[in-house]
Ligand binder design. Structure first.
Ligand SMILES: Nc1ncnc2c1ncn2[C@@H]1O[C@H](COP(=O)(O)OP(=O)(O)OP(=O)(O)O)[C@@H](O)[C@H]1O
Ligand SMILES: O=P(O)(O)O[C@@H]1[C@H](O)[C@H](O)[C@@H](OP(=O)(O)O)[C@H](OP(=O)(O)O)[C@H]1O
Length: 565
């Protein structure tokens, strides 16, 4: 769906304080909004970019430690399910399968320990049953680990260490979500909120770290974990294995543990501080539809159609291409879908929203439009602003256009109808927002946009291309894709100053299951009635244009004669 609003928010501010820059609502607000992409110099470095360079240097120095710290912290988050609070009941609205996936490893670890003990006892008695049970569990655990690895493989960093960091960060977020549920409570109106009453505000901060903002959730987790005995470290997990090698003797292990404990506070705060270096950004979508929760989740206004899709996607091959879905909550009388924040862990993220498909309206909208001819003056004005000659004489006289007419005009005058996608908006690393791509309609213009968006960085362009190729392969295996008409969904491109790059599928508000007798190809032209969405048409165009952009960027890098003088 197209750009209609934008807002930025410091992560630590309450949600109400989030400002919104919206084409639909108010254009005044925080940050700079470029009305015309053509007029923007997106290569322009602001003071924030210079700061970015400083952070980059610091970031590189601390990065390996962060990965280890997250590993230690993650291992501490794993507690028996029995310790969870009533907040978990709030999550009943989630499909059990996904909830199970999130909590299974925790349950298993506890169960594994018990079974391990039992096996040892039984071994003495020569019992075979519990041995088999233990073997079965180990195999299951391996399978789950493989699944997790597969999921984490979606991250496309350009170097090994940053890949490890992104992977750890993702794993950490998943575990901290489980931990968060233990500390959350449900208010009478069903709203989920974090218990901040026992937060150790600033307590236990290492000297010199005062400028870092303690994360309310992680502080609670730290308090919780340090209250437990150090023996909980012995509940080794995949993460703790990364920190403690098998050959370490007990004394060295104890020493490492105590070192990790002080690091844990220090590095958790570093991690949090790292997250707050950038504002959270909503690039596209309706004003007020998407916001960031205090706990760091993205809350999107509840939509039954989207909710059903996200639930289904959590157990589909496409799982690794969509934000994690955490169920839904009520807040201030409104319902929201809870999603993983795809910008989490990114420094000065650069974002592009591409709306996929050869059309952005459902066939039902055409049918409705035939019986209900409502004139939209707002859409007429948007149309005239881009092209005063676009409305017909009658539309000029009425001062309005129907929504369908506007949507069709938008699709036809952009690259939607021809290439199967259009660029909705871009946020550059310095916070500049570009959202007027109404006149970006040729292949050359899109290629130039891709080059500007990535600042001609070949590794980033290549990472994006390979992610899209992987998506293309996965779509072939996806049961969800074979049975859904995907309309108005976007691909969210994100990269940052650490050369992390990834692409995610978002926005399933208009994605509907196809009737049993309809088998979409997703790459053939749409005619009314065939329900084709052109999703693959758009994907193939994007892959091809990224290839073109890579070629151009590489050409630019080739030494010219003047380089030798
Ligand atoms: N999980 C997420 N993590 C980070 N940012 C997100 C996430 N989901 C959405 N966003 C941001 O919010 C914007 C709008 O999201 P989305 O398209 O889902 O909203 P929408 O209101 O349904 O859009 P529309 O009004 O076009 O239907 C995206 O362009 C992106 O910048
Ligand atoms: O991007 P633009 O040019 O601003 O146009 C909007 C865009 O087409 C959205 O996809 C659409 O919302 P839906 O997809 O949800 O219908 C919205 O309709 P709306 O104004 O009726 O919300 C349009 O105004």
């Amino acid at each position: 769906m197209s750009i209609s609003s934008l807002f930025m928010k410091g992560l630590d501010f309450p949600m109400q304080s989030m400002s919104t820059l919206s084409g639909k609502a108010s254009d005044a607000g925080d940050g700079e909004v470029a009305r015309d992409a053509g007029e923007e110099n997106i290569f322009d470095f602001s003071s924030s970019s210079i700061k970015s360079h400083r952070f980059k240097t610091t970031g590189l120095r601390i990065r390996p430690k962060l990965a280890s710290a997250q590993a230690v912290l993650s291992s501490k988050l794993e507690q028996p399910l029995g310790t969870q609070t009533s907040a978990h009941e709030e999550q009943e609205d989630m499909k059990p399968e996904y909830l199970e996936r999130l909590t299974r490893s925790t349950e298993e670890m506890t169960a594994d320990k018990d079974i391990e003990k039992q096996v040892m006892a039984d071994e003495a008695l020569g019992k075979e049953d519990s041995k088999n049970e233990w073997k079965g569990r180990t195999e299951l655990k391996e399978k789950l680990k493989d699944r997790m690895r597969e999921r984490l493989g979606g991250c496309l960093d350009n170097d090994e260490s940053s890949e490890r960091e992104m992977t750890d960060s993702r794993r950490h977020r998943q575990r901290s979500w489980v931990a968060k549920q233990r500390h959350a409570h449900t208010s009478r109106d069903g709203e989920l909120y974090m218990d901040r009453g026992t937060e150790r505000d600033g307590e236990d901060q290492d000297r010199g770290m005062k400028e870092f903002v303690p994360h309310p959730v992680l502080s609670r987790v730290l308090l919780h974990s340090s209250a437990s005995s150090s023996s909980s470290f012995n509940n080794s997990s995949a993460e703790s294995d990364e920190v403690f090698s098998e050959g370490e003797d007990a004394a060295a292990r104890r020493k490492t543990m105590s070192r990790c404990r002080s690091w844990r506070t220090f590095l958790t705060m570093m991690q949090w501080s790292k997250r707050t270096q950038s504002p959270w950004i909503q690039l596209a979508g309706h004003q007020g539809n998407v916001k960031l929760s205090e706990g760091g989740e993205v809350l999107k206004r509840f939509c039954e159609v989207e909710n059903i899709c996200l639930q289904a996607l959590m157990s589909d091959a496409l799982y690794q291409f969509v934000p994690q879905y955490f169920g839904h909550i009520s807040q201030d009388g409104d319902r929201y879908i809870r999603l993983e924040d795809l910008l989490s862990g990114l420094k000065y993220p650069v974002i592009m929203d591409c709306k996929m498909g050869v059309r952005t309206y459902q066939e039902d909208e055409i049918i409705k439009a035939r019986s209900n001819v409502t004139m939209r003056t707002d859409m007429y004005h948007k149309m005239v602003k881009v092209d005063p000659a676009a409305p017909t004489e009658e539309e000029h006289a009425l001062g309005g256009v129907t929504k369908l007419r506007y949507m069709q005009w938008r699709d036809d005058s952009s690259t939607t109808s021809t290439l199967g996608f259009r660029v909705e908006g871009i946020v550059m690393g310095n916070g500049k927002v570009l959202r007027d791509f109404y006149k970006t309609c040729t292949n050359a213009q899109v290629t130039e946009t891709l080059l500007s968006f990535t600042k001609r960085q070949v590794p980033i362009l290549k990472a994006y291309k390979s992610r899209l190729q992987a998506l293309n392969e996965t779509l072939k295996l996806s049961a969800f894709f074979s049975k859904h008409e995907i309309i108005g969904s976007s691909l969210l491109f994100v990269h940052d100053s650490n050369n992390k790059a990834n692409i995610w599928m978002i926005d399933f508000g208009k994605t509907i299951p196809t009737p049993d007798n309809v088998h979409l190809k997703h790459d053939v032209p749409w005619v009314e009635g065939n329900r084709e969405d052109g999703y693959l048409t758009g994907l193939i165009s994007l892959i091809s244009l990224l290839g073109e952009a890579i070629g151009q960027a590489e050409e630019d890098k080739e030494p010219s004669l003047s380089d030798f003088h």
